[in-house]
Design a protein. Structure first.
Lengths: 278, 316
């Protein structure tokens, strides 16, 4: 563990990523209790103002405080990211583990199903869901979550199949343990590193996708502040108030980069062999 | 090779069949009468009845599904009730905008991404390499629609070089049409270029570790000609695969970017038909997009087998 920490401290991308992600999380937590202004308070008299001492990041076309909206908007990004990754993780890991535990037709069926899912990219699933359910945050969570399932299933199955060939699994088999029990007690704990790395990267993908979906009006709906929605509004006024377009985009890019850097860094730290190769 | 080809094509057709059932079933799940949804609550009864008849709501589900598929096979996608024209004509017109946009973006991203990746690999572990890696991290973290807005801000509003949106149509001449597509194509291309740069870099680095590279250097070949003659050719396999896969994500990306630039392509059509609840268009359009994505994947798989003969003999 101490070597892990030492590696982690030395690893630059892990550190930068950690700081950015910590910042994102603290802003989201802080916004639950406090924002400089109410993120939904409309003040038409002060609309489209640039950054000032009163409104640090300026105001939007309805005079709402951009900083406050950004702060509350981080909640939606995190909630959607967390739930979408959880859906993918729970279902995907279960399917991947089943495939690798029972092999044969079970594996074949699950893998063909995950091949099929390539036909449904996030946006297309979201459009289909919107046609059925109407727009909303749930669509984003479902569309991104469904997209994540086969990714986790493939990673889990690949790593688990490799683990099944290892000595500790053979030892467990010799002890007479059942296949499912071996998967749960030995295989899954040993492949958790790869899964954590993947979850971090897919969290970043989810934040990007959520922003795109709410930008398109398929995801989170106003007055709930979301970064994508803010960029959608900003587009109309970009000539008059460029700050409206710049800050939400920066927030998205920094959050995504933070998580990606953590993912890359964790992969290096958890798998030093690969790190040397890079 | 024949067996491989047949198996891939069978998978392709099976995927399309399942996808069509999923799409059909999803839109059938809509609560209520589709004709009522399309026309609104206060629709005149005779118009409602006419549309119901056209949609065939009174016929059994299975029959409706096969009518739809039968039509698709011969290119008949029914009629759009908002545009009052055959859906297939509507889609073909829009495809004439979306496809050039996606191809232009693909071209830009390959032209930028691949050389940048090679440059980084050739300068492995130098500040130039790290510079490229930072570009790569930025590129995959920046949402393309945000980049699009920034491009509009700089190149349309401040500099006035390109239109901020809209599309004059190909009738307006080649240059005005291309000019309207340049900013959208660049917004799409930057993310893909970052991905290409990362992939090309690691593909080249992988090949550089191979024994034949050491042999080439040992027999006295210069660093440069080893890179060009031996490394590049071998690194092309993963690069081409990714190019193909990225083409489908570019196609999907146009949905977002067309919305930003107000370009009348397939992406705009998706949203127009969605807000107008023109389900006939939504259904066929999603099916077409899914078919295109799956088709691109099929082509990539086949190309991959042609380039890398080792694959033909393996199961997958």
């Amino acid at each position: 563990m101490s070597t892990f920490l030492k590696n982690a401290r030395m690893h630059r991308s892990l550190m930068i990523g950690g700081v950015l992600t910590l910042l994102l999380l603290s802003v989201a937590v802080l916004s639950l209790f406090w924002t400089p202004w109410s993120p939904t308070a409309i003040d038409i008299a002060n609309k489209l103002k640039g950054p000032s001492a009163k409104h640090w990041l300026g105001t939007d076309h309805l005079g709402r405080d951009v900083l406050s909206m950004l702060m509350s908007g981080s909640q939606i990004s995190i909630i959607v990211g967390f739930l979408a990754v959880s859906v993918g993780l729970l279902v995907g890991v279960a399917l991947g583990a089943l495939a690798s535990t029972y092999r044969g037709w079970v594996e074949e069926l699950i893998m063909r199903m995950s091949d099929f899912s390539i036909a449904f990219p996030i946006i297309i699933t979201a459009v289909l869901l919107t046609a059925i359910l109407g727009p909303g945050t749930v669509n984003s969570i479902l569309a991104i979550g469904i997209f994540n399932i086969p990714i986790f299933a493939r990673i889990t199955r690949g790593a688990a199949n490799a683990a099944w060939a290892r000595e500790y699994v053979m030892a467990a088999q010799t002890c007479g343990k059942g296949r499912l029990r071996i998967t749960i007690e030995h295989v899954l704990p040993n492949i958790s590193g790869a899964l954590i790395v993947q979850a971090t990267i897919l969290f970043a993908v989810a934040i990007l996708a959520e922003a795109a979906l709410s930008f398109l009006g398929l995801g989170t709906q106003p007055p709930e502040p979301s970064w994508g929605k803010m960029l959608n509004n900003a587009q109309t006024f970009v000539g008059l108030a460029p700050h409206l377009a710049i800050f939400p985009g920066l927030a998205i890019a920094l959050s995504v980069m933070g998580l990606n850097l953590i993912g890359d860094g964790l992969r290096d730290v958890l798998d030093p062999k690969l790190a040397r190769a890079r | 090779m024949i067996a491989f080809l047949l198996r891939r094509i069978a998978t392709f057709l099976a995927t399309l069949a399942i996808a069509s059932v999923v799409i059909f079933a999803a839109l059938e799940l809509l609560p209520g009468d589709p004709a009522q949804i399309m026309l609104g609550i206060d629709a005149p009864p005779d118009a409602l009845e006419a549309l119901q008849k056209k949609l065939g709501v009174d016929r059994p589900v299975v029959e409706r599904y096969f009518t739809w598929i039968g039509g698709l096979v011969v290119g008949d996608m029914g009629e759009s009730f908002t545009y009052v024209m055959p859906v297939s004509d509507l889609i073909m017109t829009r495809l004439g905008v979306t496809l050039p946009l996606a191809l232009l973006a693909a071209l830009i991203s390959v032209v930028i991404g691949v050389p940048v990746g090679l440059y980084a690999a050739a300068n492995h572990k130098t500040p130039r390499d790290y510079g490229v890696m930072i570009f790569g991290q930025l590129g995959i973290a920046i949402p393309n629609f945000w980049f699009a807005i920034l491009l509009v801000l700089v190149f349309s509003i401040y500099l006035g070089w390109f239109p901020a949106g809209g599309f004059p149509g190909w009738d307006a001449g080649f240059w005005p049409a291309i000019k309207a597509l340049i900013l959208p194509a660049f917004s799409l291309a930057i993310v893909e270029a970052a991905i290409f740069a990362r992939i090309s870099r690691s593909a080249v680095l992988d090949v550089l570790r191979e024994d034949f590279v050491r042999t080439a250097r040992a027999k006295g070949l210069s660093r440069k000609s080893t890179l060009v003659k031996h490394v590049l050719r071998n690194a092309m396999i993963p690069i081409i695969t990714i190019c193909g896969l990225e083409l489908s994500s570019l196609l999907v990306g146009t949905i977002v970017i067309e919305q930003v630039f107000n370009i009348p392509g397939l992406g705009r059509l998706v949203f127009q038909s969605l807000t107008q609840l023109d389900l006939m268009v939504v259904k066929n359009l999603i099916m077409l997009l899914v078919a295109l994505v799956v088709f691109i994947n099929l082509v990539v798989d086949l190309l991959y087998a042609v380039i890398d003969p080792r694959l033909k003999h393996q199961g997958h």
